[in-house]
Design a binder for this molecule. Structure first.
Ligand SMILES: O=C(O)[C@H](O)[C@@H](O)[C@H](O)[C@H](O)CS(=O)(=O)O
Length: 292
């Protein structure tokens, strides 16, 4: 299938990430981790509102009660609708002088999950935490260097999770109480020009769409075999996250990065850091809301 990928926001973000569609508002939220800022893009008007954050923002969730739950370098916080901090609800479980939160999502039960990057990169020190609306914040998984690609399958039976620099996609069984079991490797991505798995989202048919960082593409992955069933080539080499949006949830929004890129690389890929959109044939799913 051929796709028409459009740059819809000339953001030139340092590290665009955490693409989330708000069904309630019909707008696209995303972060620039390093700005640091939470952004609200309205495709109907082209307006992008910027909400500065007090520390690197890895990811966020939309709250049932309005506002956001945000994973900052130094912890997890509730904010109002303009991103103003209200209260802390979780910690960074590792030394936040050497780690920050990265990718995350709200699960089907309304809990917020966020994973960290271990910045010294001397061992797989990344952790994945879960924050429940009742107040518990606990480490649920680890043994990754860059926690990424978090997703919960539409049938509620699986959690997908990637470790980007290790080129691996894991899946964990999820029980009726929302707890995860032993992880298994679903796919080890070939090393080379194809890129490595970054942010991701499930579609309504249960397939997993992953941004391939350094690969300039998005892949649609079969949930049982891990095989690639479709591919969208992009005008940038460093996509970071995807989200299904629009009134029919068939517009795929894609964030991207300029972080650590040379002048030559940016000259070759001048749209790096922008937000892109492309129409696809399968709908996504509404983003679950944090129940707090
Ligand atoms: O999720 C992201 O985009 C991270 O914040 C990036 O830093 C990126 O995933 C990471 O740089 C990939 S890797 O560590 O270079 O493999």
């Amino acid at each position: 299938m051929s796709y028409q990928v459009e740059s819809v926001l000339n953001a030139q973000a340092h590290l665009g990430e955490c693409a989330i569609w708000s069904e309630r508002e019909q707008v696209f939220y995303w972060v620039d981790i390093l700005a640091p800022a939470l952004n609200r893009f309205d495709p109907a008007t082209g307006e992008n509102r910027v909400y500065p954050m007090p520390a690197h923002i890895g990811c966020f969730g939309l709250r049932e009660n309005g506002g956001f739950i945000v994973a900052l370098r130094n912890g997890i916080f509730l904010t109002d609708a303009e991103g103003n901090i209200e209260k802390q609800v979780g910690d960074n479980p590792t030394d936040h002088s050497k780690s920050r939160f990265n990718d995350g999502h709200v699960d089907l039960s309304g809990n917020f999950w966020a994973g960290t990057i271990w910045e010294p990169r001397d061992h797989k020190g990344g952790k994945l935490v879960r924050v429940k609306p009742t107040g518990e914040c606990e480490v649920m998984a680890g043994d990754v260097l860059v926690s990424n690609g978090l997703g919960f399958s539409p049938d509620g039976k699986w959690m997908f999770h990637t470790d980007t620099p290790n080129h691996v996609l894991y899946r964990y069984p999820v029980d009726a109480d929302g707890n995860i079991g032993e992880r298994e490797v679903l796919r080890e991505f070939e090393r080379g020009t194809g890129g490595r798995p970054d942010g991701a989202a499930f579609d309504s048919e249960g397939y997993y769409w992953t941004a391939m960082f350094d690969g300039g593409r998005v892949l649609r992955i079969h949930p049982e075999t891990g095989e690639t069933v479709d591919e969208i080539k992009l005008p940038v080499r460093w996509p970071t996250m995807v989200a299904f949006g629009g009134p029919d949830l068939k517009t795929l929004y894609i964030t991207s990065s300029r972080e650590n890129r040379s002048a030559e690389e940016l000259a070759e890929y001048p749209l790096s850091g922008n937000v892109f959109a492309v129409r696809v044939n399968v709908a996504g799913r509404p983003e679950p809301l944090y129940r707090g």
